[in-house]
Design a protein around this ligand. Structure first.
Ligand SMILES: NC(=O)C1=CN([C@@H]2O[C@H](COP(=O)(O)OP(=O)(O)OC[C@H]3O[C@@H](n4cnc5c(N)ncnc54)[C@H](O)[C@@H]3O)[C@@H](O)[C@H]2O)C=CC1
Ligand SMILES: O=C(CO)COP(=O)(O)O
Length: 367
């Protein structure tokens, strides 16, 4: 019996939604893509090109674009939502009337909602109450996917059906889909790395070398995983594609929009100028604000994120980022092996010992 063609709906007409719609169509799925802009819909349907977000990408001609959300969602079994975090909830609310519990709902958005510090899959859960919910995250620069560069991602969900269906729908000769059940960790990895991509772009523009970049990325990973574990994620997730994988790509490539915002600021532009010149979403700008507030509330040590926050919002010069990196406490390398508290305690013990009168040192002996 012939396999039934999977029906995929993509909400969002930006670069990632477009790349994912085309992958699914390359893979034989029936794909409809929803967006607000009628001109873009006409261009995708007539020229098979998204001139606004991925102008040089020849999309799979089978992708049908539409501004009619109901028609796009009508018979889809898999719904991919690629909408920036600021608009995510409003789009889900608009879609709700046509969503059904048996559908698989997957967020591809790497951001956090301000009210309640919610990740997008939590927004999906809140709005729908459905159980087939997952997230996609990993080193996935849309423009490289558009070039069909070999790429891998992660589908994270507690629900095995969601994981399997997404692997079937998107896994193809140039796109591999690995599975995880740590939805929260994978989703946090995707959102948090945007903060450090901005910092890495800044460091690159300021002429910092490879040692510095490597230190920044590795300490970023320590900081991200410390925060995520405090939020209930599994630290091992940060060894995977959605952790270190995504951190590497966005901290190294000027195809990353977050990196580009940092680079422009390192060259002397203001945040506003850098964001305006980009014309697309750089989620890290909002994420750093929310994460710093949350970290301070939870008592999580995040010197890099705080340093970046001062540069972005408090008028501190970008050069100060480097000082932040060098002036923080010299603590543990991998704190899941040697806890930070153990290093701090050793420093305190040593200071106590150094201050003690000579008669009390070395067990009272003067040798
Ligand atoms: N572009 C990339 O390489 C990747 C992006 N992502 C994530 O995917 C999410 C979406 O990103 P992109 O597609 O790259 O963004 P984009 O900036 O290329 O496009 C955003 C799209 O959302 C639409 N949109 C914005 N507000 C809307 C609203 N209120 N109602 C309906 N549509 C609205 C815009 O019109 C546009 O079509 C982001 O959270 C990003 O972090 C994840 C992986 C890779
Ligand atoms: O998440 C991404 C690649 O994995 C895209 O990063 P930017 O949003 O910084 O372009």
């Amino acid at each position: 019996m012939a396999e039934q063609q999977i029906k995929v709906a993509v909400l969002g007409g930006g670069s990632f939604g477009t790349a994912l719609a085309s992958i699914a169509a390359d893979n034989g799925a029936h794909v409809r893509q929803w967006m607000r802009d009628e001109t873009l819909v006409a261009q995708i349907n007539n020229e098979h090109r998204n001139g606004r977000y991925l102008p040089h990408y020849a999309m799979n001609p089978a992708v049908e674009a539409s501004t009619d959300m109901q028609a796009v969602l009508a018979d889809a079994s898999l719904v991919l939502i690629a909408i920036p975090s600021k608009a995510f909830r409003s789009v889900v609310q608009a879609a709700k009337a046509w969503l059904r519990p048996e559908q698989i709902l997957v967020s591809t958005t790497k951001g956090i909602e301000q009210d309640g510090f919610l990740l997008m899959s939590q927004v999906l859960e809140q709005e729908t109450g459905f159980s087939h919910i997952g997230v996609i995250a990993g080193p996935n620069l849309a423009s490289e996917i558009a070039d069909k560069q070999l790429t891998a991602t992660v589908i994270a969900s507690a629900d095995p059906l969601t994981r399997t269906r997404v692997q079937q729908a998107l896994g193809c000769r140039y796109f591999r889909v690995y599975a995880s059940d740590d939805r929260h960790g994978v989703e946090l990895g995707g959102a948090l790395k945007n903060i450090y991509a901005i910092a890495a772009g800044m460091a690159a523009a300021l002429g910092m070398g490879e040692n510095t970049r490597s230190m920044l990325m590795t300490r970023a990973l320590a900081e991200m995983s410390r925060f995520a574990v405090a939020q209930g994620a599994n630290p091992m997730t940060f060894l995977g594609l959605a952790g270190v994988g995504d951190l590497i790509v966005t901290c190294s490539s000027n195809l990353s929009r977050n990196y580009r915002v940092g680079y422009a600021m390192g060259e002397g532009r203001t945040l506003e100028e850098a964001v305006d010149a980009l014309g697309q979403v750089a989620e890290g700008v909002n994420t750093v604000k929310l994460v710093c507030a949350k970290a301070s509330e939870m008592g999580v040590y995040m010197p890099l994120a705080e340093g970046l926050h001062h540069v972005l919002f408090d008028g501190v010069p970008a050069q100060e980022m480097a000082r932040t990196l060098m002036m923080g406490e010299q603590s543990s390398d991998v704190e899941f092996i040697l806890p930070r508290e153990a290093v701090q305690q050793a420093h305190r013990d040593q200071a106590h010992h150094d201050q003690a009168p000579p008669s009390q040192k070395n067990g009272g002996s003067n040798a």
